[in-house]
Design a protein around this ligand. Structure first.
Ligand SMILES: Nc1ncnc2c1ncn2[C@@H]1O[C@H](COP(=O)(O)OP(=O)(O)OP(=O)(O)O)[C@@H](O)[C@H]1O
Length: 293
């Protein structure tokens, strides 16, 4: 990635970090970061796409894989429609939006078809999407953000086991019941030896767009308490804000729609913390990732 400071051009390369002991990293993706949550509707997909856009805004090559086979919402959030190309009939070209690449099962099947898939089918469809997509073309990707299905059942566990993940981010709301579920997500990643990079607390505080009054609708400090209790960093805290929902629904996430807004700044801060936490993890040895280093 490149950064210009005055007349100075700084280029750097993001290293590939270790994945689960029994897996090897994907050849064209340096780091896969899974985004999970203990329960549904806490804002996992919103967080995943905004983190992806924030990492890309810092100069990284980024992709998003929508692994939420039961409710793929990444295409809508990135404003994508139509079918991805497969020029050779074997590999799939990722779609592109707002400076990131994206792939979703939602782009390959009819949006109105309910996906009543059993575990093994869902996992094998996802593994196929992961491996057959031409992520990053010739250069590969620095980060692939995987939006996992919500929950901690067999499907999530198998996905966390089969995808070579460098680290996981857990999204929670401050509400007690959500944080209890988030603890289950934390345990699930520990069980399959995926390092948890930290927590992101979503909908932490509602700031009234009329009067500016701040209200902790789901209680205060849940994410902070949980992070302290489990010894993982709190990577960020996002407000409950109408603009975040509206821009997500409209296909231009807040980081792209209003890059100067406090919410976009909060996502950028969180994304940098994610990158820093990952950078502190053991790197892949050069022999394994010769094509990447
Ligand atoms: N910080 C926020 N402020 C306002 N609305 C939000 C915020 N985060 C998420 N939302 C909204 O909440 C709804 C659920 O968000 P999202 O789809 O990201 O959750 P999820 O955890 O991925 O859900 P699912 O369990 O269905 O996968 C969406 O309408 C989204 O726009």
């Amino acid at each position: 990635m490149g950064l210009r400071v005055g007349s100075l051009e700084i280029t750097s390369r993001i290293a590939s970090h270790a994945v689960q002991p029994n897996l090897s990293p994907l050849p064209n993706v340096r780091n896969i970061i899974a985004v999970g949550s203990g329960k549904g509707g806490v804002g996992k997909s919103t967080t995943a796409v905004n983190l992806a856009l924030a990492l890309a805004a810092d100069g990284a090559r980024v992709g998003v894989l929508d692994a939420d086979v039961y409710g793929p919402s990444v295409p809508m959030m990135l404003g994508l429609s139509g079918r991805p190309d497969s020029p050779d009939g074997k590999t799939i070209e990722p779609m592109r939006a707002h400076g990131v690449e994206a792939m979703s099962i939602g782009l390959l099947v009819d949006q109105d078809t309910p996906m009543i898939w059993r575990g093994p089918m869902a996992t094998s469809a996802l593994t196929q999407l992961l491996e057959q997509t031409r992520w990053g073309g010739e250069d590969g990707l620095d980060y692939l953000i995987v939006d996992l299905p919500p929950g901690t059942g067999d499907i999530q566990l198998t996905m966390a086991q089969k995808i070579p993940v460098a680290g996981a981010v857990i999204v929670t709301t401050p509400q007690d019941v959500a944080t209890l579920d988030a603890k289950k997500a934390l345990k699930m990643f520990e069980k399959v030896e995926v390092p948890v990079l930290g927590l992101i607390e979503n909908m932490a505080v509602h700031v009234c767009s009329n009067c500016g009054h701040a209200e902790h609708i789901f209680g205060q400090g849940g994410g902070e308490r949980m992070a302290a209790q489990y010894g993982v960093p709190l990577l960020g805290s996002l407000p409950l804000e109408v603009a975040i929902r509206e821009q997500g629904d409209a296909g231009t996430p807040v980081v792209a729609a209003a890059p100067e807004s406090p919410a976009a700044q909060a996502y950028r801060d969180a994304a940098r913390r994610v990158a820093i936490e990952l950078a502190l993890r053991p790197r892949v040895t050069p022999s394994i990732s010769a094509s990447l280093l």
